[in-house]
Structure formats: structure tokens, C-alpha cells
Design a protein around this ligand. Sequence first.
Ligand code: SF4
Length: 497
Amino acid sequence: MSKPTVEIIVLFQNLGEERAYYARSPAPPLSGTLLAGLTPDSVDVRLRHEMVRPIDYETDADIIALSFMDFCAPHAYEVARRFRKRGKIVVAGGKYASTFPQAVMPHVDVTVAGEADRCWPRVVDDLVAGRHRRFYQAPALASLEDIPTPRYDLVESCYAVPVVLEATRGCPFKCTYCQLNIRPAPYRVRPIEDVIRDLTATARLPYHKRKLAMLLDNNLGGDMGYAKELLQEIARLKLWALGVQFAFSCLNDPEFVDLLAAANCRMAFLGLESLNEPSLLAVQKRQNKVSDYERKIMALKERGILTFAGMMLALEEDTPEYYATLPGRLEEVDPSAIFLSISIPIPGTPFHREMDGQGRIFDANLAHYEGDHLVFAPGHVTAAEVFATRKHLMRSFYSWPNVARRWGRLMRAYWRGGPGWAKPFGSLLISYVLFQLSHFQRYHARRRVFPSTVPVVPQRKEPRRRAPAVVGRPTGWTEVREAQVCDPSNANSVVRS
Ligand code: SF4
């Protein structure tokens, strides 16, 4: 007798399938591969990332498992409705279902709240036996030991880096916009031997994909002793390229930086968020020091590690004066790639409570809470200024001439330490990573940033003006450079479709 089939779908099309946008992300999110790895043998399992291919509503799968974040919740309800109409059993899980299960339950057959590791096998067994319940609450803070390896083999071939995993969960910091602070939990780590097992359980992949990996931790450096020990073990694997996420303050530890290099880390995702210190303080991101950005990023470049920097606009202390200097200041700080979004008051976070309490949220459509829309009245800038700055920055930063200039600076910094036998190959890999990230972000800009329109902010919620609050540089220090980088009339600075 054939087994039932579970199809896991990681949703992405928050604006609906008629306005689909297939991202060019080099790596998939972790949720789908992890859930597939947790799925027991009593069923066949399939995996689909809506980020790269559309949903097949004619699938012969018996059970549809939807994983989604907040901004995909309205879309998830529509997808669930269509599958249930076809007689499928629909299960929902993920960050939003865990935070607001009561909102999700009316739309699906089964809702799973919390971490899936210890709960999902039981849910599947109940579904197969026909005794499933409407709601499952996973145990809080369960052990992270013996979590099965993610199913990299089910990842779509278009992803350059299918090997994605995590070594830790949580973060010790308290940034007010961060989803981790909806229900703060202690920082936890997985056994190092489990992580190494997951990095090497790649036999079903093409050889070159076995040598690339991403650690998608929120903050790998929440326990520096653990992080260093793990990096030492990873170094023995001789990967070609490793991507890692960690808090900026980890770079205060030179040994950590050296161990990243030894593990062949080629890309560090860092939440810089702002080059304006008051804006960082407004969201409790005290661990970032703007005055250190340039020096610490240079230290990474010299070790062959490019920085992919998360940046936000519409933070509370942003001003027009800060936006005017931002392109030139970014050039000085010189991250090799940026992920530039509009700040999001995610429901449940302290930031959402603050904006909601002040009556500044004017758009409650969750589909718009993805970083491309503005849903609240910002403090000291207008909506038009936020959108103009974002479009302008994405055009100039990701023009090919500017990408090439940053590549040149990265290579010069890498080679400054003198030649090494591995540097030609390292240079090739770093160049490949930079090209992949730039391609990904240019495509996002064409599809989602440039066509975006400025929302109408209700009159009474227009920002109050105040004196500039830019910190860290004397005014007027990069006028010439800004003109070179930002001039929208310069055809070379325009991202082409
Ligand atoms: S450092 Fe990053 S992961 Fe940690 S709380 Fe802040 S935003 Fe969240």
C-alpha cells in the first residue's frame, strides 16, 4: 500500500499569486528543509519553496503543510482555502502561527504552535492515523539535541547553496523590532557534533554544492565560547565557502574574526541597520557602534569575508539630513552588499506596541509587513523621503559600476596581507558570492523597490520636524563623493532591467 504524501510549502507571495515575484536568493529559508528532515518515514515528503516556483494546486499530495511568516498570513489563508476546497488536509505552522494561533486556526485543519522539532513527528502520526487535533502546542525550550538533518536533497536545484542549517537559537539582545523579542527565550546551542554531522550529510548533492553552506542562526555569537569551538571544527571540513549571521559586537573579539577566516567564512550577514547612532538607540540596538563599522568591516575584508549588511529606513530618529548623507557614508563604511528595507512594526514586538500605542499605524494589512511597504507614520521624515531614499540608494549602490568598484576594494583588502597559495581560489569564491548577492538584490529592486508607490499617510500622522540628529561625522564631509554615487541622472548608476 502506498504511503500518504505530505507536501511542505514555504510561502512567499505575500501580494498574491497574480503578482508573483520569484526571488533570486542564493539559499532557501531553513524552515522547509528542517521540517522535511523531521518528517517520519510513515509518509512520503515533498518540499516546495514558493520563493522560486508557483504552487501546484493539482498536486496528488494528501496533506499540505504551510510554513509562513507574518507578512504571508493573508496569502496563506487563501492558499489554505483553495487546497481545502480540493479535499486536502491543511496544516499551518511557522512564526506567525506560533504567535497568533487563534488567528490562523479558522483557516486550516491543524495549527502547530512553537518549535516543530519534538512536535511534528507526532502531528504526522496523528494525521496518518486520522486522529489529528485542531491545535498542537510544541513544548517550550525543548532540547536541541539529536535534531535530524535538514533534507537538502529536496531543495530546488536553482538554489546555489542548499546546505542551510542552524547551530543556535535565540539572541541575548533586545532590539525592539526583532521577532525574537515577542517572547524572549534563553539562548540555546546544538551539540557541535550534530552541527558537523549536518554539514557533512550532503552525499546526495552535486560535489560543488557540498562545499558551500549557510549557518542561518539569528546570532551565532550569542555564546562566544561555543561559537569559537564550532568554527574550529568547521575549519577541519575545508568548505569552500561558509555564510554566517551574527551580531556586530562579535567583531570586538579578534580571535572570533580569525576563526571565521579559518573556517573559510566568505560572507557575514550583519544587522548594521543604521549609520545614525540615535536611530539605533531608539530600537535598543546598543551593541552596534557606528564609529566602529568601517574598521571592523575592513578587518573582515582583509580576511576575505564580505559583509552583507542589513539596513533599515524609517527608524525613529531618521532625518532628511541623515538620508542626504547616507549614500556617501555607506561608501565609506563599505559593506560589499546591503539588504535595505523599511522598518516593520511586526505584531507582538515592542516596536509594534510603541507605534500602535501612539496611534501611528495606518496600514493593518499584514501582507504589507515585509519591508517594502511603509505601514506607520515615521518620526521625523515623510513617507516620500523614505521611498525616494530607498529607490535612490538601491539604484546607485547596485549599479554595475559601483558593484565593480566595491569588488575592487574587497580584492585589494584581501590581497593586502600578501599572497597565499589559497588566495586565487578564495578570490574566485568571494567574487562569486558578491555577484550572487548583487544579482539577488538588483532583481529585488527591479521587482519590488522601483515599482513601489508612496502610501498616503493620514494628515494628522505626518512627521514632526526637528533638528538633525546625525551623529558620527561632521556635516558636509563627502559632498563630492555623494554627487558621484547618487546622481540619478548618471546613466551608469541606474539598475537596468
Ligand atoms: S541582534 Fe539581531 S537577532 Fe539579536 S535581538 Fe537584535 S535583531 Fe534580533
